[in-house]
Design a binder for this molecule. Structure first.
Ligand code: 3IO
Length: 341
């Protein structure tokens, strides 16, 4: 009896050895798991584009790569995004360049009042600018895409139709948009977008200066019953990846990511432009929001205050050794090219 069991075990052992040695080499390596951090809440556009990117990557790599997304600042908050990705707290992160303006000088030039017409054109223009100048601020990461908001407008609790009505009013804005508000005489208050609902609620600010889809996505239309159309500037964003994690990816996976860089910018721009329309229809039709266009006389005054901003930016940054005039000229030329597409 003992002997029979011994034979049986030996047989199983041999069969197992045979199976292992003859098993085909694994078709698929270990799945790659990546974390992706984002600072605003899940329903907002930076997170909508994040979920789209995740879906495309998982589909195009046949599940070889899985992406775990962290909306709402649960892994990294707005201002900690770049360093968090460099240090490997998250593998991937989405950041708004306006929150660290000095760190992203060249790409933040897209937030000058240059009249970029919509998010799709501005997003492609931002990417063109990044590719041409390869700015120092992004050297330690792999850029997976860039995009911008739609042009900014003033959302407020009080009606604002004139410069006199804007004077001294505390309005929330960051980066290039904050410079513009200052030129118009408002009291700009800087803070990342996720802190704005509380500031509006407490009355620390009487409005904000950003793209209009937030009227719906953050429910600002419930508090801000007025919109003043200014249609400038955009806020630039980047999605960046930890360099070591990027370098460790198989070549075919890197190709999937590279193929998505421009496509994702265009997709996000398009989503944003459509979503602004939808959000404003909702705001006007269900929330009683009133939209003001500036009178021709007012518009001339508001525009005149913008003219010196770009000239001053060129002068200041040329003095720091940047090809500032060329950067501005390139933004205008790239925008024209992308508008023709
Ligand atoms: C923005 C940031 C997070 C979520 C939705 C958003 N829509 C426009 C912005 C731009 C921005 O970062 C800002 O601070 O106005």
């Amino acid at each position: 009896m003992k002997r029979k069991v011994g034979f049986l075990l030996a047989g199983i052992f041999l069969a197992a050895m045979f199976t292992i040695s003859w098993a085909p080499a694994p078709v698929q390596a270990e799945p790659i798991k990546l974390t992706y951090a984002n600072f605003p809440p899940a329903p907002t556009f930076p997170c909508v584009q994040m979920e789209r990117w995740k879906e495309e990557v998982e589909k195009r790599t046949n599940g070889m790569v899985t992406v775990q997304t962290f909306p709402g600042g649960t892994l990294l908050k707005a201002k900690a995004m770049m360093d968090g990705v460099i240090n490997g707290v998250a593998d991937i992160g989405c950041l708004c360049m306006a929150y660290q303006p000095g760190r992203f000088t060249i790409t933040n030039a897209t937030a000058l009042p240059l009249g970029l017409p919509n998010s799709e054109v501005a997003s492609l223009t931002l990417l063109d600018l990044y590719k041409k100048y390869q700015p120092e601020g992004f050297k330690k990461v792999k850029v997976l895409t860039m995009f911008t908001t739609a042009p900014s407008n003033i959302m407020s609790k009080i009606p604002i139709k004139t410069l006199a009505e804007l004077k001294g009013v505390p309005i929330r804005a960051s980066g290039g948009a904050a410079q513009i508000l200052k030129a118009w005489g408002a009291t700009r208050v800087g803070m990342p977008m996720p802190e704005t609902p509380e500031a509006l609620q407490k009355g620390v600010v009487k409005g904000l200066f950003s793209s209009l889809e937030v009227m719906k996505d953050f429910k600002f239309a419930e508090l801000c019953k007025y919109v003043t159309m200014t249609q400038t500037p955009v806020y630039p964003f980047a999605v960046v990846m930890n360099m070591d994690k990027w370098n460790a990816l198989p070549k075919d996976v890197q190709k999937v990511f590279d193929d998505l860089v421009v496509e994702q910018a265009k997709w996000t721009g398009n989503y944003m432009d459509n979503h602004v329309k939808e959000a404003m229809d909702w705001s006007v039709n269900t929330q009683g929001v009133t939209v003001f266009d500036l009178s021709p006389e007012q518009k001339a005054k508001w525009d005149a205050l913008l003219d010196p901003i770009t000239a001053k930016w060129i002068k200041d940054n040329a003095a720091k050794g940047l090809p500032a005039q060329a950067i501005v000229d390139d933004i205008r030329a790239f925008a024209k090219k992308n508008e023709g597409k």
